[in-house]
Design a binder for this molecule. Structure first.
Ligand code: SF4
Length: 210
């Protein structure tokens, strides 16, 4: 029997502007992989946790090429769910061979040896665990401002990751209490001398775009 080509379970592939983190505003093609190893109650992509369609790497790249005809960008963001739960080695290799830059948005609990240009690491409650490889590799650390987030978590994470990687406070889906809490924590960080802590928003939610 002919071996089946490797497939990945995909929730959606779309073109938009990166809405979060330091790459905010840059045209990007997103590949959202289905499934996650966590189940955060504040998750804003719950639809991606269970469902998805199996696609071969060739089909994924074909879709990216087709979107790219009207959306010129060299950046592909592999997101989820948790994109590293599936073996994306082959996809990453193929994207690099085509000259793309790869961003991976991960909760930080999974790591794979692949050629990635930009890791956005977003440790999640209650334990905010992350793999030690990201201490070196994270380009940014995104922290969702939840009701339970405590000051000590910000302080601990800021002191663990190298200062060159900004710690980005990201209000939860623009809820008023979350914006207010982000501002309070941001001022507290300044007062206590924590460096490279930044305030942010989710651009795609303001513009109501994918
Ligand atoms: S880690 Fe991210 S994708 Fe997974 S459940 Fe939490 S918020 Fe959703």
């Amino acid at each position: 029997m002919t071996p089946q080509p490797p497939t990945l379970k995909i929730s959606e592939i779309f073109a938009s502007a990166q809405g979060e983190g330091l790459r905010q505003g840059e045209p990007t093609i997103f590949v959202r992989l289905a499934g996650c190893n966590l189940s955060c109650d504040f998750c804003d992509t719950k639809y991606a946790l269970a469902n998805g369609v199996l696609m071969s790497i060739d089909k994924i790249v074909e879709k990216i090429r087709s979107l790219g005809r009207n959306w010129p960008t060299r950046w592909i963001c592999l997101t989820g769910g948790e994109p590293l739960l599936q073996d994306i080695t082959g996809l990453a290799r193929k994207l690099k061979a085509e000259g793309f830059f790869i961003q991976v948005e991960t909760n930080g609990t999974v790591y794979r040896h692949i050629d990635v240009d930009w890791y956005s690491v977003s440790p999640k409650p209650p334990k905010y665990r992350f793999r030690s490889e990201y201490l070196e590799k994270a380009k940014e650390i995104k922290l969702v401002i939840t009701k339970d987030l405590e000051w000590s978590t910000i302080s601990i994470l800021r002191n663990k990751f190298p200062k060159k990687a900004p710690l980005i406070l990201q209000p939860q889906s623009h809820r008023k209490w979350s914006l207010q809490k982000a501002w309070r924590l941001y001022r507290e960080a300044a007062k206590k001398g924590l460096v490279n802590v930044r305030l942010s928003v989710q651009l795609h939610k303001i513009y109501k775009i994918p």
